[in-house]
Design a protein around this ligand. Structure first.
Ligand SMILES: [Zn+2]
Ligand SMILES: [Zn+2]
Length: 126
Protein backbone atom coordinates (compact mmCIF):
# COMPACT_ATOMS: atom_id res chain seq x y z
CA UNK A 1 0.00 0.00 0.00
CA UNK A 2 1.29 3.48 -0.80
CA UNK A 3 1.79 5.87 2.12
CA UNK A 4 -1.13 8.23 2.53
CA UNK A 5 -0.73 12.01 2.37
CA UNK A 6 -1.37 14.02 5.54
CA UNK A 7 -4.53 16.09 5.90
CA UNK A 8 -4.51 19.47 4.12
CA UNK A 9 -2.83 22.31 6.02
CA UNK A 10 -4.57 24.79 8.28
CA UNK A 11 -2.93 27.14 10.79
CA UNK A 12 -5.78 26.20 13.13
CA UNK A 13 -5.37 22.42 12.94
CA UNK A 14 -4.19 20.91 16.23
CA UNK A 15 -3.56 17.40 14.94
CA UNK A 16 -0.04 16.27 13.96
CA UNK A 17 0.52 17.81 10.49
CA UNK A 18 2.79 14.94 9.42
CA UNK A 19 0.28 12.12 9.64
CA UNK A 20 -3.13 11.43 8.15
CA UNK A 21 -5.99 11.58 10.61
CA UNK A 22 -9.33 9.89 10.39
CA UNK A 23 -12.39 12.11 10.47
CA UNK A 24 -15.21 10.03 11.90
CA UNK A 25 -18.43 10.75 10.04
CA UNK A 26 -21.71 11.16 11.80
CA UNK A 27 -25.17 10.80 10.35
CA UNK A 28 -25.92 14.41 11.16
CA UNK A 29 -22.59 15.80 10.03
CA UNK A 30 -20.82 14.11 7.15
CA UNK A 31 -17.32 15.57 6.78
CA UNK A 32 -17.17 18.22 4.08
CA UNK A 33 -13.78 18.54 2.29
CA UNK A 34 -11.89 21.67 3.31
CA UNK A 35 -13.52 22.18 6.69
CA UNK A 36 -11.79 21.76 10.02
CA UNK A 37 -13.19 18.69 11.76
CA UNK A 38 -12.66 16.59 14.85
CA UNK A 39 -10.32 13.65 14.22
CA UNK A 40 -10.39 10.16 15.63
CA UNK A 41 -7.60 11.19 17.99
CA UNK A 42 -9.77 14.06 19.22
CA UNK A 43 -7.84 16.86 17.61
CA UNK A 44 -8.64 19.14 14.70
CA UNK A 45 -7.61 18.54 11.10
CA UNK A 46 -8.82 19.57 7.65
CA UNK A 47 -11.06 17.10 5.81
CA UNK A 48 -9.22 15.98 2.66
CA UNK A 49 -11.04 15.90 -0.67
CA UNK A 50 -10.28 12.25 -1.33
CA UNK A 51 -11.85 9.79 1.10
CA UNK A 52 -9.72 7.45 3.15
CA UNK A 53 -9.41 4.02 1.59
CA UNK A 54 -9.21 1.27 4.18
CA UNK A 55 -9.44 -2.44 3.79
CA UNK A 56 -12.68 -2.47 5.73
CA UNK A 57 -13.04 -5.19 8.30
CA UNK A 58 -9.40 -6.12 8.17
CA UNK A 59 -8.63 -2.57 9.22
CA UNK A 60 -5.48 -2.40 7.16
CA UNK A 61 -4.59 1.26 7.18
CA UNK A 62 -2.03 2.70 4.78
CA UNK A 63 1.36 3.85 6.15
CA UNK A 64 1.33 7.46 7.28
CA UNK A 65 -1.81 7.12 9.37
CA UNK A 66 -1.99 8.62 12.84
CA UNK A 67 -1.46 5.86 15.45
CA UNK A 68 -3.87 7.49 17.88
CA UNK A 69 -6.59 7.63 15.23
CA UNK A 70 -6.10 3.92 14.52
CA UNK A 71 -6.19 3.13 18.25
CA UNK A 72 -9.38 5.18 18.59
CA UNK A 73 -10.90 3.40 15.58
CA UNK A 74 -10.20 0.00 17.16
CA UNK A 75 -11.62 1.19 20.47
CA UNK A 76 -14.84 2.25 18.74
CA UNK A 77 -15.10 -1.20 17.12
CA UNK A 78 -14.98 -2.65 20.64
CA UNK A 79 -17.62 -0.17 21.79
CA UNK A 80 -15.09 1.74 23.86
CA UNK A 81 -13.83 5.27 23.90
CA UNK A 82 -10.25 6.35 24.43
CA UNK A 83 -9.67 8.52 27.46
CA UNK A 84 -8.63 12.08 26.76
CA UNK A 85 -6.25 13.20 29.49
CA UNK A 86 -5.30 16.56 28.04
CA UNK A 87 -5.90 19.41 30.47
CA UNK A 88 -9.03 21.49 30.14
CA UNK A 89 -8.33 25.16 29.51
CA UNK A 90 -10.56 28.10 28.74
CA UNK A 91 -10.94 29.06 25.10
CA UNK A 92 -9.29 32.45 24.60
CA UNK A 93 -12.20 33.55 22.42
CA UNK A 94 -15.45 32.30 23.99
CA UNK A 95 -14.07 31.07 27.34
CA UNK A 96 -15.69 27.65 27.18
CA UNK A 97 -13.60 24.82 28.61
CA UNK A 98 -11.72 22.99 25.87
CA UNK A 99 -8.99 20.41 25.39
CA UNK A 100 -7.92 21.87 22.07
CA UNK A 101 -5.53 24.47 23.46
CA UNK A 102 -5.94 28.19 22.80
CA UNK A 103 -9.20 27.96 20.90
CA UNK A 104 -12.09 25.53 21.40
CA UNK A 105 -13.16 23.38 18.46
CA UNK A 106 -15.93 25.77 17.40
CA UNK A 107 -13.77 28.90 17.56
CA UNK A 108 -10.95 27.09 15.74
CA UNK A 109 -13.42 26.11 13.02
CA UNK A 110 -14.58 29.72 12.74
CA UNK A 111 -10.98 30.92 12.54
CA UNK A 112 -10.23 28.26 9.93
CA UNK A 113 -13.22 29.31 7.80
CA UNK A 114 -12.05 32.90 8.00
CA UNK A 115 -8.52 31.87 7.04
CA UNK A 116 -9.90 29.84 4.13
CA UNK A 117 -11.94 32.84 2.95
CA UNK A 118 -8.78 34.97 2.92
CA UNK A 119 -6.90 32.26 1.02
CA UNK A 120 -9.69 32.12 -1.57
CA UNK A 121 -9.74 35.90 -1.96
CA UNK A 122 -6.02 36.08 -2.62
CA UNK A 123 -5.89 33.21 -5.06
CA UNK A 124 -5.29 30.41 -2.58
CA UNK A 125 -2.21 28.61 -1.39
CA UNK A 126 -2.92 25.25 -2.97
ZN1 LIG B 1 -5.05 11.37 14.59
ZN1 LIG C 1 -14.31 29.09 21.84
Amino acid sequence: MDPIAPNPHSPHATADPNTRHMIPSFIFAAPVPGVLALTGCNRLAVVPSEPLQTAGEEAAFPPGMCDDCIAAWHAVQRGEELADDRPLTDCTSCESPTRHGKLCALCAQDAHDEWRGVQGATGGAS
